[in-house]
Design a protein around this ligand. Structure first.
Ligand SMILES: C[S@@+](CC[C@H](N)C(=O)[O-])C[C@H]1O[C@@H](n2cnc3c(N)ncnc32)[C@H](O)[C@@H]1O
Length: 299
């Protein structure tokens, strides 16, 4: 395999990518040409939505080809195109053979939630101090424990369970992804757990992960959430959390807990306003610019 690396301006990124695909590139990706420098420009988008822009002012396009000859030929053809007039071929580089499975695995270390509560991939030995453990490998659905929003929800569960076990009697994980929060709740004593997601792959992953962890739960699409729960956990993002406000609150029993994550520090006010007709949200935890919001539904 060989990578053809090209630089081009933002206005031409889409056209160059389409041309590379037409030239049989196996994959085409766009990176910030200034990545890892002081001029790096982060781009933030919402999952499921188109990217906010097709690339960066200075974009590096990387196209993967099966052979050196194909990559060279694509480079020659692209350079003849008017839309590449301002572009530059940065090189053709061989892609070294790698053990991709091992490389991927090496990026996932055990994650500490509290000193006694850990997320541990199946290829790792659990740390000696781990009393409670979720065994989870990265899969198709979000939620490996490496993201601060997931960790804050799990930390909330781990802190709440010893003080108020009844808070976990019936739990709803809304936007369950891998099922990690539902499984975490199960590990801390939740007896009746529903885990729902709009993504059918997430539902399948949740069922598998729950089984592997010996946790009993019902996973399904959102309309599986029925009635009132002692705790509703929803780690989604600010915008869907605002839209879902009346629904999520309706699933919390009077006196129960609502726990929301996926919210940035700067979005706290808008979330508090969106939920104000029903509950008063307060910041219960913070990590890396993300906050955990919590409310008690009035009894
Ligand atoms: C950030 S992931 C969280 C996964 C996991 N609960 C965790 O804490 O790591 C958000 C999940 O919410 C799901 N989701 C997004 N919008 C949703 C909606 N309107 N209803 C239900 N699930 C939704 C996504 O498919 C995704 O699996």
């Amino acid at each position: 395999m060989h990578e053809l690396r090209l630089r081009c301006a933002l206005a031409n990124v889409d056209t160059v990518c389409e041309a590379l695909e037409a030239l049989d590139a196996l994959s085409v990706s766009v990176e910030d040409a200034n990545a890892l420098t002081a001029d790096e420009t982060p781009l933030f988008g919402e999952p499921g939505m188109p990217p906010p822009q097709p690339g960066w002012e200075a974009s590096l396009i990387v196209a993967l080809f099966a052979s050196r000859a194909q990559a060279d030929e694509a480079a020659q053809l692209i350079q003849l195109q008017p839309f590449f007039a301002d572009g530059e071929v940065a090189g053709v580089v061989p892609l070294a053979e790698q053990d991709w499975v091992r490389l991927t695995q090496s990026q996932f270390e055990p994650v500490e939630i509290t000193p006694e509560f850990w997320i541990v991939p199946t290829w790792h030995e659990p740390p000696a101090q781990a009393v409670k453990l979720i065994r989870l490998d990265p899969g198709l659905a979000f939620g490996t424990g490496t993201h601060p929003t997931t960790r804050m929800c799990l930390r909330w569960i781990a802190r709440q369970a010893p003080q108020q076990p009844e808070a976990l009697a019936r739990v709803l994980d809304y936007g369950c992804g891998s099922g990690i929060l539902a499984i975490g709740a199960g590990k801390w004593g939740a007896a009746r757990i529903d885990a729902v997601d709009i993504d059918p792959d997430a539902v399948t992953q949740t069922e598998r992960n729950a089984l592997a962890n010996g946790v009993q739960l019902q996973a399904g699409l959102p309309d599986q959430a029925q009635g009132e729960y002692d705790t509703v956990l929803a780690n989604i993002l600010a915008q869907p959390l605002k839209v879902l406000a009346p629904l999520l609150v309706s699933h919390v029993r009077p006196g129960g807990h609502l726990v929301l994550a996926g919210v940035l520090e700067r979005q706290v006010d808008e979330l508090q306003q969106a939920y104000a007709p029903w509950v008063s949200l307060s910041v219960a935890d913070r990590e890396d610019g993300w906050v955990l919001l919590h409310a008690h539904k009035p009894a």
